[in-house]
Design a protein around this ligand. Structure first.
Ligand code: ADP
Ligand code: MG
Length: 233
């Protein structure tokens, strides 16, 4: 269970005269317990800021964020062990040269034996239909393959919660469907930022963000309606 208690984010931004304080997320209180949650809203509305708060990639400048009672500020390492994060651009998280090396790295805390770890990494990639590209340079992969590898790598850490920030925005239709199918069948709680209203409509709960605040929150149909009214008044 992830809980925001009056959690807000404000930053100092440079201006011609010095600096100004800018609110990225107004103090927000939420209890996020549903299995599938979608976050929607316009570009620049604060969706990524909210999502990044949930595993401590961004720290609240006011209030608190708790993951299973752990404060993201003081227990960030433990929080990130529980909460995995998938970025829009998979290149942001693939740190090693090949898929198998990257997945192996994710398995380090779970499997100490090197041979067993390599075998498990290959098994996980095979399971996703990525066996053939396991040893290829990540730079030579297609965007779709890269995102599937990134997802495999994050899931290899067996997080309790998966956060995904527009994971399908850069993908073609086929890969979008593949990523969505993987997300759909996960036993984990999944919180996804998306512009795909079809995907949002299959969630248990939808949050609509506008100008740094949650402006609608509830059943997909009601929340998506609220978003459409904002976007196309
Ligand atoms: N570290 C930062 N410093 C200053 N401004 C930021 C920072 N991070 C995000 N912003 C700004 O805050 C707003 C919300 O950003 P973001 O959460 O990334 O929006 P979204 O994901 O909805 O597009 C944007 O206008 C962005 O430029
Ligand atoms: Mg964003």
């Amino acid at each position: 269970m992830i809980e925001l208690v009056e959690a807000g984010v404000a930053v100092e931004v440079p201006t011609s005269g010095g600096t100004a304080r800018r609110t990225l997320l107004e103090p927000t209180s939420l209890r996020l317990s549903e299995q599938r949650i979608a976050i929607i809203g316009a570009n620049g509305s604060g969706k990524s800021t909210l999502l990044r708060l949930l595993n401590g990639l961004v720290l609240p400048t006011s209030g608190r964020v708790l993951v299973d009672g752990l404060d993201v500020r003081t227990e960030g390492r433990q929080v990130r062990r529980r909460v995995g994060f998938v970025f829009t651009d998979p290149q942001a998280q693939l740190v090693l040269a090949t898929p198998v090396d990257d997945v192996e790295l994710s398995l380090r805390s779970r499997i100490t034996d090197r041979v067993a770890r390599r075998a498990e990494a290959l098994r996980l990639l095979n399971e996703r239909g990525l066996g053939e590209i396991a040893e290829q340079s990540v730079y030579d992969l297609s965007g779709g393959e890269r995102q599937l590898v990134a997802l495999t790598s994050v899931l290899a850490t067996e997080p309790a919660v998966l956060l995904a920030d527009e994971p399908t925005t850069l993908l073609d239709l086929r890969n979008r469907d593949r990523v969505q199918a993987i997300l759909a069948e996960l036993s984990q709680q999944v919180i996804v930022v998306t512009h795909d209203l079809e995907l949002a409509s299959t969630s248990d709960r939808v949050l609509v963000i506008d100008a740094g605040g949650v402006v609608a929150d509830g059943q997909p149909s009601t929340a998506i309606d609220a978003y459409l009214k904002l976007a196309r008044p």
